[in-house]
Design a protein around this ligand. Structure first.
Ligand SMILES: [Zn+2]
Length: 408
């Protein structure tokens, strides 16, 4: 008797467990709660040198392969979503973290689907894929999925990058200027249709979240620029990803500054004065690739030049560089960095290292031996004790005192 009772009790317990777990899953809301976001914020920050995304080949099979496609833009950057109610707590937190990546740096907003939202993205798990998503708003229900061993915030951030409207960086129409392919290892990916695509005139970004990683590291994708050490973002949005999204969705306020290519810049645009040269010319923050880094420096749009410092030497670019603009005339201004003070949280990111570290924009004044002075915009390097560097007279100088470009 005792034995039978024991068994039947076990059975009852078993049924109860299944039952309660069914109830628990079915009562999870199909949207993220404040609790999910709060848990996501408690996670340690994404490891900047991590590798998170090695998608299988079939990740490329989009129902639509439009990229930065204006007709597929989400109105006002508002993206209604539903969440697979079968996600467990940990999976919900990974999705919350992915969405937080967008909410904290861009004006795109993922919002729980409301009545009347006919176009929306279903965030799903599918263990037959690593990640898969429709690109841009395709009309009606569309999906962003992750699954298998790829359930991470990094993979979901990448898939939601497709939802937001971006394809893969290595398939940009201009990618052949930046990468080549070792066909002994892999076949080149196709190139996106230029009619459907906009690079938004931003520099090619090896460390974009939308750039494949593994095919760089196995020698398949060969960068044409020297000094490229990493591909992919490591799971968060890169400096240029954020700028690209904010440009595409016309974000305002302190998300409205834009770096513009010198080839398209009009001198009538609202530039950000950064100092003066020894002949009185006004200098403006610019940036350009040097050895895998995208480095802020001193730009002269009249002379069409951008000078930056790298490894003690001054480099001059005459083309393929960018100038900072402030098209909405928001409150972008310089603040003094006093010794020992904390670095301003509202500093403007102006570039990044090949190792994915953000650079900020500073300026400092050099006192010359003939009594003249020159105030020069340049690079602030946070991991190097927030040191600031400018280029002058063929050399790179480190500044003791400097201003930081901020927005508020
Ligand atoms: Zn992808």
């Amino acid at each position: 008797m005792a034995g039978r009772l024991f068994i039947s009790t076990l059975l009852v317990i078993g049924v109860a467990l299944v039952h309660s777990s069914t109830i628990k899953e079915s009562t999870r809301p199909n949207f993220l709660t404040e609790e999910d976001f709060a848990r996501a914020r408690l996670l340690p920050s994404v490891v900047p040198n991590g590798t998170v995304f090695n998608p299988p080949k079939n990740e490329l099979k989009f129902p639509e392969t439009k990229n930065a496609w204006k007709h597929g833009q989400w109105p006002n950057g508002r993206i209604p979503y539903t969440l697979d109610p079968g996600f467990n707590d940990q999976q919900r937190v990974e999705v919350a973290r992915a969405i937080e990546n967008y909410h904290s740096k861009t004006c795109v907003r993922f919002v729980p689907r409301q009545a009347g939202d006919n176009d929306f993205v279903e965030i799903l798990r599918d263990d037959n894929t690593c990640g898969l998503a429709n690109v841009c708003r395709s009309g009606g229900a569309q999906f962003a999925k992750f699954g298998g061993s790829c359930i991470s915030s990094g993979v979901m951030t990448h898939e939601l990058g497709h939802t937001v409207c971006f394809g893969h960086e290595q398939t940009r129409p201009d990618r052949d200027s930046y990468i080549s392919w070792n066909t002994n290892i892999c076949q080149p990916h196709g190139i996106d249709n230029g009619n459907d695509w906009s690079t938004l005139d931003l520099l090619y970004d090896y460390v974009s979240l939308q750039h494949y990683e593994g095919e760089c590291y196995n020698g398949c994708i060969v960068p044409r620029i020297s000094g490229v050490t990493k591909c992919g973002s490591g799971g968060d949005l890169s400096v240029l990803d954020v700028e690209k999204i904010n440009a595409f969705y016309n974000c305002g306020g302190c998300q409205s500054y834009r770096f513009r290519p010198i080839s398209q810049l009009s001198l009538n645009e609202n530039l950000v004065s950064g100092g003066n040269g020894i002949n009185g010319e006004t200098l403006y923050p610019c940036r350009v690739y040097v050895n895998g880094d995208i480095i802020p420096g001193k730009g002269d749009p009249v002379a069409r030049s951008c000078h930056v410092g790298y490894a003690g030497v001054e480099y001059e670019a005459r083309d393929n560089f960018e100038i900072l603009t402030n098209p909405k005339n928001v409150n972008v201004h310089w603040v003094r960095r006093t010794p020992g003070s904390s670095f301003p949280a509202n500093a403007i990111r102006g570039g990044r290292s090949a190792e994915r570290e953000a650079f900020y924009i500073g300026r400092c004044t050099l006192q010359l031996t003939d009594g003249k002075t020159t105030t020069i915009p340049g690079k602030i390097h946070p991991s190097a004790s927030s040191s600031m560097y400018v280029a002058f007279g063929g050399q790179e100088y480190q500044c003791a005192d400097y201003d930081v470009l901020v927005c508020d």
